[in-house]
Ligand binder design. Sequence first.
Ligand code: 13P
Ligand code: SF4
Length: 393
Amino acid sequence: MTTTTETYGVDPTPTPLALLLLGREADPNSERGVECPGDLPAASDPDLVERARAAKAALGDRVFILGHHYQRDEVIEFADVTGDSFKLARDAAARPEAEYIVFCGVHFMAESADILTGPAQQVILPDLAAGCSMADMATAEQVAECWDVLTDAGIADVTVPVSYMNSSADIKAFTGKHGGTICTSSNAERALEWAFEQGQKVLFLPDQHLGRNTAVREMGLSLDDCVLYNPHKPNGGLTEQQLRDAKMILWRGHCSVHGRFSLDSVNDVRARIPGVTVLVHPECKHEVVSAADMVGSTEYIIKALDAAEPGSKWAIGTELNLVRRLAKAHPDKEVVFLDRAVCFCSTMNRIDLPHLVWALESLVEGRVPNVITVDPETEKYAKAALDRMLALP
Ligand code: 13P
Ligand code: SF4
């Protein structure tokens, strides 16, 4: 494998799905679902905060509101708990008395919560258009085709799939069916260690960057041990020999937010703020992660800032809502966003106060809107993969 930008950078030719206007389209193949039904309150309604408070109070313990770290402030204000996608799924599972789990995050997170919660609980996504472009980059059909390619190359039986939490329930089910595990950005190293004990190769889905960064930084593999499988090319754009030689087969997916941080952003911030510590999420490109001082999941980033010395200077490479809140929470430290050209996650931002009010008021009126359900067959195998992750040492 060569170490060019095309190989481990963000694709110069984005996939058609990545080009869809995020949040408005109703693509049947999309992880993000279909358009939100019903009339929303106007964003300008001065009573929105009061309406949200009243609806939440009326529902009491029947509702439990989860807020991902990348959600807007106006939504986080009403969250009963905040966290990364893994923590939130576990928090939902630990609340069996709540009839309704309102998930302020994106579609794959609500699916995982549905898999991990009881049958009497309903998981609600306030806007069905809140999907994840990375999760959309691996469809069930594409992954099944990839497995056929690995089978033809004679390596499927020594390959273990490891799928990032940021994937659809279908992909998690594929992973469970083929003896693999799910991982998050905080346990990817343990997941890869486990996978290499089970087989000789890993098929890592759908985030090439988390897969590459973990393999090279944490597992001691080289960039040449990794190949990039492009689902839009015949045989993934790889020869059988390349597949047989590889240890990590990385799916050509990426996060459209973290993938935009560049080496220039790191160099610029170091020139601008002498003594700055650069802390980035492992969904960033390998060259960005290699140039950073620290790398970790959203929970890791939050803890690092909590433990930081007053007066210390930080440039953070993750989603803007979280970085803004961190800057506000640490007035004694200098906390800046790594790159001014990168912005919010547009699909996370779909969940706003009008959607939350609409969802809560619907529940008060006895209507259960936007329920996310995973079918029993998919759930069975996806849960097997999630349970393997939960059992990782
Ligand atoms: P975590 O929530 O696991 O940190 O992942 C980051 C992310 O991009 C979520 O969509
Ligand atoms: Fe998906 Fe990236 Fe947005 Fe997370 S930040 S929901 S991975 S597009």
